[in-house]
Design a binder for this molecule. Structure first.
Ligand SMILES: [Zn+2]
Length: 322
């Protein structure tokens, strides 16, 4: 009897266990079914890595508090020639989202970053300037697309529109939150663009010839009404030809342009060749100061961020050419 009672009890216990087990399975499968029925919530990015400060500045203003935004290239770094360090590679691997210019600006990193594109399975990198329509972009004589979009504030505003969309789509952030931040960023960019235009309007039409170390200022010239000539090509990798130097010497002398400009990321020796050439033709040419084209300067330069560098350049050009 005791045995039977024990057996019956134990059998009942087993049945309860089986029922509980099946119940748990049903619950799990129901939960699995429920999550399959609704779109999975994308986990918001916690760390965003940008290649340059030009991209990192608006991203810091757009990303919600608590998101870590870092950049690889510091002040005075030439992005055309930059090679990633082992620490950079660690940062790239660790980041949830990697934002870079594209258009071959990051000459030595471009291929690696394009292989990590969000369009590939498991990818996390976005070439942000490649999202700008081709008709808004400039190309040089060789057909290469000019990557220096950030020197035209209105064009950079379009890039910031793309940053907003990318943070929502690939960063997993709240649309309304990012849109509100983007609206105030857009207003400050309009105000910066207006300040730059006002400053440059002090230069008369006949003096609006800007000669700089490399061809970084084409978008700037198009936006603010300057004829622009670089001593080197679009990339800092190329060396200027003697023919190019002689053509520029003639242009500067003919138009009595008082100044040319050096750039923080480009050697000054090419600029000296122009000054000496003009001297031989009896035209006194001076260095109008340093422009920040491909990276902001150190904090004490007054050009320590993208927006400061844009304003600093406008002031320097006014001082040199008016
Ligand atoms: Zn450049």
């Amino acid at each position: 009897m005791t045995y039977f009672k024990t057996f019956a009890y134990s059998k009942r216990q087993n049945i309860y266990s089986v029922v509980l087990f099946i119940g748990a399975l049903l619950l799990i499968s129901c939960l699995g079914g429920c999550t399959r029925d609704t779109a999975p919530q994308k986990k918001a990015a916690i760390t965003i890595l940008c290649t340059t400060q030009m991209i990192a500045e608006p991203v810091r203003l757009l990303a919600p508090p608590g998101v870590e935004v870092d950049h690889l290239m510091g002040s005075g770094v030439d992005p055309h020639l930059y090679k990633p360090t082992p620490e950079d590679l660690r940062k790239i691997l660790r980041a949830d989202l990697v934002l870079y210019h594209g258009l071959h600006l990051e000459g030595r990193m471009a291929e690696m970053l394009s292989q990590m594109s969000v369009d590939e399975p498991g990818g996390k990198a976005v070439a942000i300037c490649s999202k700008i329509p081709q008709e808004s972009l400039l190309v040089d004589e060789s057909g290469a697309t000019d990557p220096h979009l950030w020197l035209d504030v209105q064009l950079w505003k379009q890039v910031c529109d793309q940053l907003k969309l990318t943070l929502i789509t690939h960063g997993g952030f709240n649309t309304e939150d990012i849109s509100a931040r983007h609206q105030s960023l857009s207003q400050s960019l309009d105000s910066l663009d207006n300040d730059v235009s006002q400053l440059l309007n002090q230069i008369s039409k006949d003096r609006r010839i800007l000669v700089t170390a490399h061809d970084a200022f084409a978008y700037f010239g198009q936006r603010y009404g300057f004829e622009v000539h670089g001593i080197q090509g679009i990339s800092t990798e190329s060396e200027p030809s003697l023919l190019r130097v002689n053509q520029l010497v003639k242009l500067l002398s003919d138009h009595k342009i008082p100044a040319i400009f050096v750039e923080s990321t480009v050697p000054e020796r090419n600029v000296r060749a122009l000054i000496e050439g003009c001297k031989r033709l009896g035209h006194e040419l001076k260095v109008g100061g340093k422009l920040y084209s491909d990276a902001p300067g150190p904090e004490e330069s007054g050009a320590g961020s993208w927006s400061k560098m844009v304003l600093h350049n406008a002031k320097t050009i006014v001082e040199g050419l008016r």
